[in-house]
Design a protein around this ligand. Structure first.
Ligand code: HEC
Ligand code: HEC
Length: 484
């Protein structure tokens, strides 16, 4: 999906780092350590705690202006995590620091967090980021491991389908091909398609909010696991495509989430995610689908920044159907049932892990506060002193997000903090969690009034990360303070 920043600032200048292929091995001597505490390998636990708290203050100082207040910059958090990890990493590598009494509790979570953030800043000798997707392995290695799960079904990579999808005038032909194939499939194996306008963000090619979602149910692989594929093509739809960007050269993105539902009694699944681009081979005229992480420029970043549930529910701004002349027109009449059917499948994935991602290093879920949520606390933090007793009770009850969002389904950093991701990438200029709560989509089936929803959002937000006072459940977790 699309990110406006092409590239992070270079993290290590060539002067401080000669080992260009693995830049984490070099420690810059200047500027990183607390004054007077020079050699970290000899620090006491108290010195480490003082250093950690100083780093937390630095990392979580908001720097981006948003509507009169400051919010966090995703890139700054990564860069500052690099500074912290450059100090921690060599000491951990060379000593048994974490096995000394008290150290693991005090530094374990913090070290995990700065490690997973800073690895996104690793680049190679050509200046190309090698871990942009946020996995501990390189993006190329991730592709090598997950490619078997992320293969396109033959129809979707066929010349006929991809050519039809390369021009607005033949979109209907592409959809007809899927319908024709469906006629030969048993009902429960039929593909489901939805043409919609994202209510959140442009495609990775930055050309459009338009999407063709193709849901491919249940192919069983050689291990007996059921593979379900959610494949999304960028598409030109009325009033949602950037001016002049209707051709294949512009509308190139394809993204896939594959969920592998494991056989067995417990509902368990693993997800694989990748972005692709469609490119036309100049000689043959064939259209190929190439994973973005193998291309010279990779526009794709960490999917887990947003995909806390590997498949995100669809909440379109509009849906489209073909007119009798084969043109796309807004038509929401028949699609509500399709959307409901698609979103309902997410629950069926049970506890779904993102293959290879250290999801626990992104912190606890929003709503998991140890705080006793007293009536005055709710009124003060919601910014609404007028809330009646009944409202306060309803908000307190609704704050229990982790009763469902726990383990690998936790809603954690950065989705649960206010960052520039919401501001720069999402059309509504705010984060996903805020939108879900304010629109009344979460918690499920709630009957909160609009004022109560706003209050709920403010309460879970300030309980999670209050960057002005550097407090909250997330900060407590980083410091190793036990969670409830
Ligand atoms: C900035 C947030 C963000 C990032 C980062 C992001 N996505 Fe998404 N993605 C969304 C949202 C929101 C949706 C839900 C559909 C919509 O409304 O646009 C979505 C939907 C999808 C879908 C359709 C199936 C589903 O989950 O609903 C696919 C496939 C997908 N994303 C793939 C990816 C891949 C692969 C990556 C990483 C390379 C990625 N996304 C990164 C926000 C993001
Ligand atoms: C009763 C269980 C339940 C509770 C409680 C609940 N959720 Fe959810 N949530 C779900 C399910 C199931 C989905 C995915 C399917 C859907 O949207 O229906 C989801 C999806 C989401 C998503 C989009 C997917 C993602 O991972 O980002 C967000 C954001 C979200 N919930 C936020 C919240 C917040 C915030 C709270 C607490 C205020 C909350 N939820 C409470 C069950 C729950």
């Amino acid at each position: 999906m699309s990110w406006p920043f092409k590239i992070l600032p270079r993290l290590f200048s060539k002067a401080t780092c000669l080992v260009a292929t693995s830049c984490f091995l070099c420690v810059s001597a200047s500027g990183l350590l607390l004054r007077g505490l020079d050699d970290p390998s000899g620090w006491t636990l108290e010195q480490w705690i003082a250093w950690r708290d100083h780093q937390i203050g630095r990392i979580f100082t908001p720097t981006v202006q948003a509507g009169g207040k400051l919010i966090l910059s995703r890139e700054e958090v990564i860069l500052r995590s690099v500074d912290a990890y450059k100090v921690l990493m060599p000491v951990i590598a060379q000593s048994d620091l974490m096995s000394k009494p008290g150290f693991k509790t005090a530094l374990g979570n913090f070290s995990r967090f700065v490690r997973s953030q800073s690895q996104m800043a690793i680049y190679d000798k050509n200046g190309r980021y090698t871990h942009a997707l946020g996995y501990p392995i390189t993006d190329e290695a991730y592709w090598a491991q997950s490619a078997p799960f992320l293969a396109f079904p033959p129809l979707l990579r066929s010349r006929e389908f991809l050519s039809a999808l390369s021009s607005v005038t033949t979109y209907q032909r592409a959809l007809d091909l899927i319908d024709e194939q469906n006629l030969h499939l048993p009902v429960d194996r039929r593909w489901i398609t939805l043409i919609y306008r994202s209510g959140f963000l442009k495609s990775a090619d930055t050309a459009t909010y338009g999407r063709l979602l193709v849901f491919v149910p249940g192919e069983t692989n050689s291990h007996g696991d059921l593979l379900e594929k959610w494949i999304q093509f960028s598409l030109s739809v009325p009033e949602a495509t950037m001016p002049g960007k209707g051709r294949l050269n512009d509308l190139r993105s394809v993204s896939m989430v594959t969920v592998s539902v494991h056989s067995g009694a417990v509902r368990n699944s693993t997800a694989y995610l990748a972005d692709f681009m469609r490119t036309r081979d100049k000689l043959s005229g064939n259209i190929q689908i190439v994973p973005t992480m193998l291309g010279p420029k990779n526009p794709s970043k960490n999917c887990y920044d947003c995909h806390k549930s590997p498949v995100l529910p669809i909440h379109p701004k509009a849906t489209y159907q073909f007119t009798s002349k084969g043109q796309l027109d807004v038509s929401d009449s028949d699609t509500a049932a399709i959307i409901e059917q698609l979103n309902a499948r997410i629950v069926g994935y049970g506890n779904c892990a993102l293959a290879g991602m250290d999801t626990g290093s992104y912190g606890p879920s929003i709503g998991s506060g140890p705080k006793e949520r007293t009536d005055p606390w709710i009124r003060v933090n919601s910014g609404n002193m007028e809330l009646g007793g009944e409202s306060v009770a309803r908000i307190r009850e609704a704050m229990r997000c982790p009763s469902c969002h726990k383990g690998s389904q936790s809603l954690n950093y950065p989705q649960s903090a206010q960052t520039n991701i919401g501001l720069l990438i999402f059309e509504q200029k705010k984060g996903l969690v805020q939108t879900y709560v304010e629109n009344g989509w979460m918690p499920p089936n709630n009957t909160l009034t609009p004022a109560e929803r706003t209050a709920l959002w403010r309460c879970i937000d300030s309980e999670y990360l209050d960057s002005r006072n550097l407090s909250g459940t997330f900060i407590d977790w980083l410091k190793g303070i036990p969670q409830p």
